[in-house]
Design a protein around this ligand. Sequence first.
Ligand SMILES: Cc1cc2nc3c(=O)[nH]c(=O)nc-3n(C[C@H](O)[C@H](O)[C@H](O)COP(=O)(O)O)c2cc1C
Length: 507
Amino acid sequence: MAEFDYEKYRLRNFLNRLVQAGEVEVHNEHVELIDLAALIEATPKATWFKDVGPEHFEMTAGIMASRKRLAMAFGCSEAELQQEYMRRLATPQEVAEVSRVEAPVQQVVITGDDIDLAKLPFYLQHELDGATYLSAAMDFTVDPKSGKPNVGFRRLMLKGKRTMRANLTQISDLRRIYLEAVERKETLPVSFVVGAHPLVCLGAAIRLPVNEFELVAQLRGETMPMVKSVSNDIPVPADAELVIEGYFDERGYAEIEGPYGELYGLYGPMHPDPLFHVTAITMRKDVLHHTLLHGGQILTRNDAAHMSGLDAEVKAWNALKDAGLDVQAVHAPPSAVGMHHIRAAIRQKQAGDGRKAVEALLKRPLVKHVFVVDEDIDVFSDGEVERAMCTRFRVGKDLIVEHGHRTLTMDPTSDHGEQSVAGFDMTRDLSEPDDLIHWSSYSPRISGGKKAASVREALESGPKFFMGLMDALGDKDGRAIAVELGTLQDQGIVGRKPNGEWFLEGK
Ligand SMILES: Cc1cc2nc3c(=O)[nH]c(=O)nc-3n(C[C@H](O)[C@H](O)[C@H](O)COP(=O)(O)O)c2cc1C
């Protein structure tokens, strides 16, 4: 059996790396469960709580809620993040089964009457949530029909010592797998992992029609050790923190639950959901509980927005490439929950490329608004994107609106699951003249070194902008040149071209 390093992808070790990088706000003081959400949202950093609630839980939040922290999870820079993500998705990896004695996540095993969910840190995250819940639970299951492994994120509301309601509302593979089990009048075994390396979380957040255990291994970049759950045999990452094992019962969507504060910073409606019955809880001896902020009012502090954003960026990049465009940069801002807004910078090869890019991006599922700019605009800068909108976008010809696109049911702008979408072509119009009023005004720079003795001599070689004269004269001040030019102009020796360049009369 292969040897595995169970420390390498351990959540606690990743958190320690974040601390060293100055990315964590550490709370050594005692914190009540009711105060967690406000404290997590109050800082752009990740948080590490050393003493939560009467059980003195150790908890962490926000470990994926920034681009920098996601890049750290991959061990690359922010600039390399998209390429590294694509590289891992393109590199197959395997999973390997390891023994139960070896698996750190099964150091503690709780079964039978000892199971008490109310001893885990379920907490109220928003004022009007229906009950306390776990926000960072990842469901691992194997489709009984196809044998295909599946992973996703689902929030879990506490109902009893051994029961919880699972939010299984969105269209998803787990929802389909469960509905098919109900159809067959069968229960569905699932193990919820709470606390794992951020790359495991990223694998759970994305949806691809593949073996998703192997997908998680691909993101980790090597074979992933998995151990069979003690009570339902579902494999889970052996180096995770905590697992809640059990099954969804065969009654289907029989329990009304919610509301939940949702990813938009608003509430979702009450909805029917299935009931989950717990058969075992396993964990590390020094378990680190993982939680994350869902919604709230500062959406950039949501882990999900950053994870969905990275995935949306890469898919948008590929869509632009497939459309034959020269794509330079893509960003899906987390403040638009990561999946709804796409900004792309392209190098226009011909007139119409901006519009072509808009049309390609509007085809991406769940996209609401897309913004296409030229390569000189930084898509990660709100200010630069605003400037492109203000200076290169004409509503009469550069706005593309389409109707009847699908959106999430909980989207507050959804009209029976549909939405209208818009694309903003904010690229330069290549049919316009390439003249002064279309040029970007950058700060002046001179190379240094004197190449001419006087303004006249500098202009002998041809017309020059003022900065060109400063450069030729090695003059880092400019005022004397302005005065000299004024005199030469009054004497009829120098003149101006329409674009502002100075020239010697008769030259
Ligand atoms: C942090 C987080 C929490 C989520 N919570 C839920 C949830 O409570 N219910 C739900 O239906 N989807 C939720 N999702 C979305 C699904 O997990 C996501 O669509 C996933 O890709 C579905 O996986 P599947 O289609 O393989 O089952 C959440 C996503 C994230 C990132």
